[in-house]
Ligand binder design. Sequence first.
Ligand SMILES: O=C[C@H](O)[C@H](O)COP(=O)(O)O
Length: 158
Amino acid sequence: MSGLRMLVGSDSAGYDYKQALLADLQADERVASVVDLGATAESLDSCTYTSVATRAGELIMAGEADRAILVCGTGIGVSIAANKVPGIRATVAHDSFSVERSILSNDCQILTFGQRVIGLQLARRLAKEWLGYTFDPSSHSKANVDEIVSYEAAVAAE
Ligand SMILES: O=C[C@H](O)[C@H](O)COP(=O)(O)O
């Protein structure tokens, strides 16, 4: 896989890891571009996990980016917020198998980490692994993902 258009983002609790992951992505030859949605050093007190995560989801659903890696204290807040954007499948995953399945089973566009939960080196390794997976639309998992998409469409039509 090549040419991924990536986003990174965090609140203040995930800022340090987000900076490290940003640098890794900028050096990764599989990545075509990386946009940093913040927080910035100047906005640590005001940048919320919801604002960053929903922005990431909106950009992905608008076709302006392919995937995002988001960080907060636990990875839970950014995941919940991103999943409020219709069409987004985001998950926190702190182990290699879940990171793999987040793509191969669930076709997630967003992976989240908790800076207060896992070590930095593990987060960096998991991010690298995640970039290497591609969802297979001919797999049995496609029907499961399609069911999620259909549910969202039905709710939107109510
Ligand atoms: O899920 C939320 C994140 O962990 C966030 O960084 C911290 O949230 P809190 O300050 O409400 O605990």
